[in-house]
Design a protein around this ligand. Structure first.
Ligand SMILES: [Zn+2]
Length: 75
């Protein structure tokens, strides 16, 4: 009976180790790709390009600042 527990634990350890290795590989592969190139978006008002993280999203459009978001021509 103790043998069964031993092999169950061994199997679990192998599965966890394998998952850990797979995760590490995915993270290593994706890291250099998304670091230098951040998604750029265009302001719907003035057309300037800016990083996605700095843009203001409103009704499916991106804006560079609050003033342009409020002064959108079709608003
Ligand atoms: Zn703008």
């Amino acid at each position: 009976m103790s043998k069964l527990i031993f092999f169950a634990l061994l199997g679990l350890a192998v599965v966890l180790w394998y998952k850990h290795q797979a995760n590490k590989r995915v993270r290593d592969a994706s890291k250099p790709a998304d670091k230098p190139v951040e998604n750029m978006v265009r302001c719907a008002q003035c057309g300037v390009n800016l990083p996605r993280s700095e843009a203001i999203l409103s009704q499916g459009k991106f804006y560079c600042c609050e003033a342009h978001r409020q002064g959108a021509p079709d608003a």
